[in-house]
Design a protein around this ligand. Structure first.
Ligand SMILES: [Zn+2]
Length: 331
């Protein structure tokens, strides 16, 4: 099957804020911070709500430059400054939960990235379009969410990847509304799968901060784990799912806690003809070493990046059981 240059096909999601170069904004932020000036969104930028978390900036990335991100599995992650977070949701769209996630995010003027499952988007296309209409970034998460990417041939992986892109693109009315971002189900990747992803010009997204919202834990525990792990890394990509009641229950408290602790939300889009690639340095794509006093307080914090295989197996077990429990048609 011939693949027409995905980089040309894909465009970043519509209705995005102007893209700001990371390096310049970071330096400006440092200068403003030294002057005691906040660079976060003002109340007027979020419907007059002074307590809203908001979205502080948008960065544009090129998958060719950084094809794999997320320190749960890879050396690199997004070029975030201290106390910056990128919020992601997997496995939807689901009318039962995604609607409420969108309401909560809109209330706080927060923009996130949704990694949609093709069959979910095909079943609930209106929900997929709502996400896009709200200006969030949309990536894909395969056609049917199999947990077998680690064993697939490159061709098989490619079929699942292409099927997901086609289904979500159809639901949205155009593949141009998709970002070239892909997250492997269960993070169960392999060299063959990553070759299939890279050959399509896609960026593989792992994550930096899991919140364990696929487990049978309380919403309060989701907030606790997300915050403690984020504090340990000082920044990063937060992994959530818009197919669970407990995640919906956690979200308002999570956004409030992020605001209280001085975190700022960053939206990520794909660099293209209208969104120039953000200026970064190689060092910005690597997390600084975690400070000892800020290591996760939770007992079952995820293992270090030195053991991706074990971690992936654990994720497969828990995400698989969670999906069966989550009423998400087995995805
Ligand atoms: Zn998933």
């Amino acid at each position: 099957m011939s693949i027409v240059s995905p980089i040309r096909i894909f465009r970043s999601a519509a209705k995005q804020k102007p893209v700001q170069p990371v390096g310049r904004r970071f330096l400006v932020g440092l200068v403003l911070a030294s002057l005691g000036v906040s660079t976060s969104c003002s109340a007027t930028e979020c419907n007059g709500k002074p307590d809203a978390l908001g979205t502080s900036r948008v960065i544009a990335v090129d998958p060719k430059d950084h094809p794999r991100i997320g320190t749960m599995q890879y050396p690199e992650t997004l070029p975030l400054a201290d106390h910056e977070v990128v919020i992601t949701f997997d496995d939807g769209p689901s009318p039962r939960y995604t609607d409420r996630v969108l309401e909560i995010l809109a209330s706080g003027c927060v923009k996130a990235t949704f990694f949609m499952v093709g069959r979910m988007a095909a079943t609930f296309p209106d929900e997929a379009r709502k996400v896009e209409a709200e200006g969030h970034t949309i990536g894909t998460h395969s056609l049917s969410h199999p947990f077998t990417f680690g064993r697939m041939t490159e061709g098989q992986a490619g079929q699942e990847i292409d099927g997901g892109i086609a289904a979500v693109g159809t639901a949205l009315g155009s593949p141009e509304k998709l970002a070239p971002f892909f997250r492997v189900p269960g993070l169960l990747t392999s060299e063959r799968t990553e070759a299939a992803i890279a050959s399509r010009g896609l960026m593989t997204w792992s994550a930096d901060v899991p919140a364990d919202d696929w487990l049978r834990i309380s919403s309060a525990e989701i907030v606790k784990r997300a915050i403690s792990r984020l504090e340990a890394k000082s920044r990063g990509i937060l992994l959530l799912h818009d197919i669970h009641e407990r995640t919906v229950g956690a979200l308002p408290h999570l956004l409030s806690e992020l605001k209280t602790r001085g975190y700022k939300v960053v939206q990520v889009v794909a660099a293209n003809a209208t969104s120039a690639k953000s200026e970064t340095t190689p060092e910005q794509w690597r997390l600084p070493p975690a400070r000892a006093e800020e290591k996760p307080a939770v007992a079952d914090a995820p293992p270090s990046t030195a053991a991706p295989t074990k971690k992936a197996a654990a994720l497969r077990r828990i995400e698989g059981s969670s999906s069966r429990l989550g009423g998400a048609k087995g995805f």
